[in-house]
Write a protein that binds this ligand. Structure first.
Ligand SMILES: Cc1cc2nc3c(=O)[nH]c(=O)nc-3n(C[C@H](O)[C@H](O)[C@H](O)COP(=O)(O)OP(=O)(O)OC[C@H]3O[C@@H](n4cnc5c(N)ncnc54)[C@H](O)[C@@H]3O)c2cc1C
Length: 380
């Protein structure tokens, strides 16, 4: 390789320092913007021009190579990502995406990794973990508004909002992961979901030739549905940066104590029901009775007292197929909660996917119901 090429390579590729790599690269914009949501800010590049695209490297970003995704998943399953970044600010998220585009590689963003099954073969692209830090939003409470960065843990949001004298998130105690991940998947429990308190969601997206912009979506524009939202559907075309929640004030007399009591009871209840082995929560969505084509036939097959807030537990159907406790390799359909697959030691994504296939097949045969995954499998 000639001297000039060598130098170019060093500048444009990587300088490996103490097993860590620092990359510089050029970005290559492509996607057009989305139709709804209001643009609240164009993101200035490091050279100070609003929304413009730098033609020279602008920021040193710490990027790891061949990072095992199982180390970033509550399931402890998953092969290596070709590149891995923890992005702690919108600038770092932009840089990470630009890095992926510059290398013509796919990318995905994630938070706590508590709802994702990473495949064994890993990811030939850039995995971007949204970190918890003040410049990604932190946690700010004012009047009845709570502004939270996407990388903040949901558990922190619950505790801090109760401490600040608010009620409304008690139901969420025990749900792992970040607020961004929770909003993308519209996490929920005990008949509640996180979308109930969402006022607005700020996202980062690429505005084609106009560079990068931050858009704010109202609750309605987020297209929340049962365990979903526009953000989950778009598959990371928009990255959630910050969420504004509206919460009610706790009654001055005994409000906080009542919340803490509720939390204690929920935690006790969850401890009885939720398996302790590594998992990614419920694999399948519960069955929305109102949405069934064959509702009348299905209702004849199930104990109707188990229908709660219009949904029937997928766990019951799996259990009735005799699948509780079944294992393949190191993965097992939990014998405590049949909608959980647990990693009982060295479980592989292939084992989990096989169990998922069997559950779907058996439930279809016995109940004529198509189970739908709640979890996300990456790469898709
Ligand atoms: C033991 C256990 C119990 C659980 N109990 C519940 C429960 O009761 N209720 C429930 O709903 N869930 C439950 N879950 C599942 C999981 O904890 C939740 O879905 C959680 O909200 C996921 O958050 P996360 O940060 O881990 O998301 P991740 O798993 O990291 O990501 C999930 C999805 O969100 C996307 N995403 C993440 N961050 C962003 C972002 N900033 N911008 C755009 N997209 C993003 C990802 O691309 C992915 O599609 C449980 C999981 C476990 C392990």
């Amino acid at each position: 390789m000639g001297e000039r090429n060598k130098r170019k390579n060093i500048i444009n590729q990587k300088i490996v320092l103490l097993n860590r790599a620092v990359f510089c690269y050029r970005m290559n914009p492509s996607a057009d913007g989305w139709a709804c949501g209001s643009v609240v800010e164009h993101v200035p590049d490091k050279n100070g021009v609003e929304g413009s695209i730098p033609s020279t490297p602008t920021m040193l970003l710490e990027i790891k190579e061949n990072e095992l995704l199982k180390n970033h998943s509550s399931f402890k399953i998953g092969g290596a990502a070709r590149y891995f970044v923890v992005a702690k600010s919108k600038e770092e998220i932009i840089e990470a995406i630009k890095f992926a585009k510059g290398k013509n590689l796919p990318y995905f963003v994630f938070g706590g990794g508590s709802n994702i099954l990473f495949r064994d073969e890993g990811f030939e692209g850039v995995a971007i973990k949204i970190g918890n830090c003040p410049s990604a939003g932190g946690l700010k409470i004012e009047n009845s508004s709570v502004n939270v960065g996407a990388g903040v843990l949901f558990s922190q949001l619950i505790i801090k909002s109760i401490d600040a004298g608010f009620i409304g998130f008690e139901w969420g105690v025990g749900i792992p992961g970040t607020v961004g991940g929770g909003v993308a998947g519209n996490c929920g429990a005990y008949g509640h979901s996180i979308s109930e308190n969402v006022e607005s969601v700020s996202v980062l997206d690429e505005a084609g030739s106009a560079g990068w912009r931050i858009k704010k979506y109202s609750n309605k524009e987020c297209e929340f549905c049962y365990r979903g939202s526009r953000f989950k559907n778009l598959g990371n075309a928009e990255v959630i940066l910050e969420i504004e929640f509206k919460l009610a004030k706790a009654p001055p007399a005994g409000g906080k104590e009542k919340s803490k009591e509720e939390i204690k009871n929920i935690l006790l209840n969850r401890r009885r029901k939720i398996p302790s082995h590594p998992s990614i929560g419920s694999i399948f969505k519960n069955i929305v009775i109102g949405g069934l084509r064959n509702k009348n036939e299905f209702l004849k097959l199930i104990p109707q007292e188990k229908i709660k807030t219009g949904k029937f537990p997928a766990a019951y159907l799996i259990e009735q197929c005799g699948l509780k406790g079944m294992n393949i390799g190191g993965a097992q359909i939990s014998d405590l909660h049949a909608n959980f697959i647990v990693n009982i030691g060295e479980g592989r994504a292939a084992d989990v996917l096989e169990l998922i296939k069997i559950c779907k097949q058996k439930v279809r045969e016995k109940f004529n119901i198509d189970l739908e995954e709640e979890i996300v499998v990456l790469p898709r």
